[in-house]
Design a protein around this ligand. Sequence first.
Ligand SMILES: N[C@@H](CCC(=O)N[C@@H](CS)C(=O)NCC(=O)O)C(=O)O
Length: 234
Amino acid sequence: MIRFYYHPTPNPAKIALFLEEAALPYETIPVDTSKGEQHAPSFRAINPNGKVPAIVDTDGPGGKEVRVFDSTAILIYLGEKTGKFLGAPEDRPELLSWVLFLASGLGPFSGQAVHFQFAAPEGLNYAVNRYRREAERHYQVLNDHLEGRRFIVGDAYTIADISAWGWLDRASRVRKGADDPLGPYPNVKRLFETVEARPAVARAREVGKDHQFKNVTDEETRRALFPSNYPPAT
Ligand SMILES: N[C@@H](CCC(=O)N[C@@H](CS)C(=O)NCC(=O)O)C(=O)O
């Protein structure tokens, strides 16, 4: 059994999709990050970084219970555990390269682009431009790579496509105000639509729907999500 620590945001969404694709038995445990539940000591014992997603696999290596945190680590772990969605062995260098490109580039720059366009004080044009344009540059790199390709790695649907889907789903926020946010990146748009059409996506989108997550942004939310904006008094 896998315990899946979840909030309806892009990085946990990747894991919801993998779990549904692989038909692994799992229990969803809501972590309401807007209420600060990611900072509870009981959750920090599972992810010392205090973010979702994280999993606990009660049947880890050697039959022991293990924790795994960070969406990319979880995708690689579950891929290896199940032998699914890792592509061909000869494509492993490409798989690792693209998965880490998404983990360290497209994902974080997308996240910061959303932050500076929706959460930060207005008027920080340098930061908005920096993060949005870097997110767009990563879209372009992926778009160029996808020319003539159906999936990111080899001929197969892999954890790289699952990972990309999580953040591409938020393209309208990354590219705030764009009519067709993925329009300038037709190969990326095609990949997103290919993944989006998979039946597992509809199931992944249902994950956590039975839980009422906090959906207002107030002072508690800001302190929970952006604690480094509130340094302790010295
Ligand atoms: N590198 C991490 C990033 C995780 C992350 O930023 N998660 C967000 C949700 S998408 C979160 O937990 N935000 C709440 C917080 O930062 O306190 C991963 O890929 O899992």
